[in-house]
Design a protein around this ligand. Structure first.
Ligand SMILES: [Zn+2]
Ligand SMILES: [Zn+2]
Ligand SMILES: [Zn+2]
Length: 335
């Protein structure tokens, strides 16, 4: 069973996911072979994954059979396990608990070579819908406090399988990053009685130097203080703290802007590896006037080195105003 351990100074939780028999030599970095080989996420191989928890697009009602368009399965090698109790306990001054959680894989398409950013809008909507449905379902489990939705695209960004997929991890504690965002947003709200993200959106629209694109319901900006070149945030223009409450029209608008933002990024730097994460309100939380859900897209262009590890400071060689202007012009250049 994995174990969650809390750093007594920072309050940060880490996961010890011991794999039996791991020795130092197992951590030596070996260049993995390129493409090819068996893919557990391809249609026809459904029986090699744990039983699916959701599938869209299949005409038959036989579970774990081909014919699906989007499929969600528990991760075969989960960072946290679903069975068991938390057993919170102390060990002297240290706090720990069992590594209970859910770790799921959202297989984004049946086609092995499909690329997320190039999926048609109707297809992308199903993926965003799947995130919502899984969050709502996991919310019923009292042991969980947060569901983190994320994607690793490209080997450099941590993707271990080529087949297009994203992931969800349900956690029994609030991630430190979310806690900091909630606290920062609340401090601003208590002082100004306005949502900081709503204020950011209205200032960005006025200044119009970091806006990448916008549509009916969403806006993509390069944030004022980005960690990496071409970091982008996608936010709903109207205030909302809960991603899972967006209706179908809003999801369609989200799919459209997500695909446009990633295509603009790809036009600037073809096939750039990236991570995206969804930041939304904690599970079972009432509506929050101070927090505003959003996606953060972080291209993997710089490596985290000693200075960043030691200080938490990021050095970014590209001002977001320039990145936004490249992103705005990128599609026009190609066409
Ligand atoms: Zn595949
Ligand atoms: Zn807001
Ligand atoms: Zn965030």
């Amino acid at each position: 069973m994995p174990e969650l351990r809390k750093d007594p100074v920072l309050g940060r939780w880490i996961i010890i996911a011991r794999e039996r028999g791991k020795r130092p030599s197992d951590f030596v970095i070996v260049e993995s072979p390129g493409s090819g080989g068996f893919c557990p996420l391809c249609p026809g191989n459904e029986n090699t994954t744990p039983n699916e928890v959701l599938a869209y697009g299949r005409e038959s009602n036989i579970i774990n059979s081909p014919g699906w368009k989007v499929r969600v399965v528990p991760n075969k090698y989960p960072a946290l396990v679903i069975e068991g109790d938390l057993n919170r306990e102390g060990e002297g001054l240290y706090d720990k608990m069992n590594g209970i959680g859910a770790h799921e894989v959202v297989v984004e398409s049946p086609n092995h070579d499909d690329v997320f950013s190039e999926l048609p809008s109707e297809h992308m909507i199903m993926i965003f819908k799947a995130f919502q449905v899984r969050i709502k379902d996991l919310e019923h489990d009292d042991r969980f406090r947060y569901v983190l939705v994320f994607k690793n695209y490209g080997k450099a960004a941590g993707a271990s399988l080529e087949h297009s997929h994203s992931q969800l991890v349900a956690l029994p504690v609030l991630p430190r990053k979310i806690e900091s965002e909630l606290a920062g947003a609340l401090t601003y709200y208590n002082y100004k009685e306005r949502c900081v993200y709503c204020d950011i959106i209205s200032q960005e629209l006025k200044q119009d130097i970091r806006v990448v694109c916008k549509n009916e319901y969403f806006i993509t900006i390069t944030p004022f203080a980005p960690r990496t070149p071409f970091e982008m945030w996608i936010l709903p223009i109207r205030h909302s703290s809960a991603y899972h409450e967006q209706d179908d029209r809003q999801l369609a608008s989200l799919a459209e802007i997500f695909s446009e933002s990633l295509c603009r990024l790809d036009a600037c730097i073809p096939k750039v590896p990236y991570n995206f994460v969804l930041h939304t309100q904690p599970l079972r939380s009432p509506h929050m006037d101070h927090f505003h859900w959003h996606f953060e897209i972080v291209p993997k262009l710089t490596s985290i080195a000693g200075f960043e590890w030691g200080s938490g400071f990021y050095i970014n060689p590209m001002p977001p105003e320039e990145a936004a202007s490249y992103l705005r012009e990128s599609l026009e250049r190609i066409s």
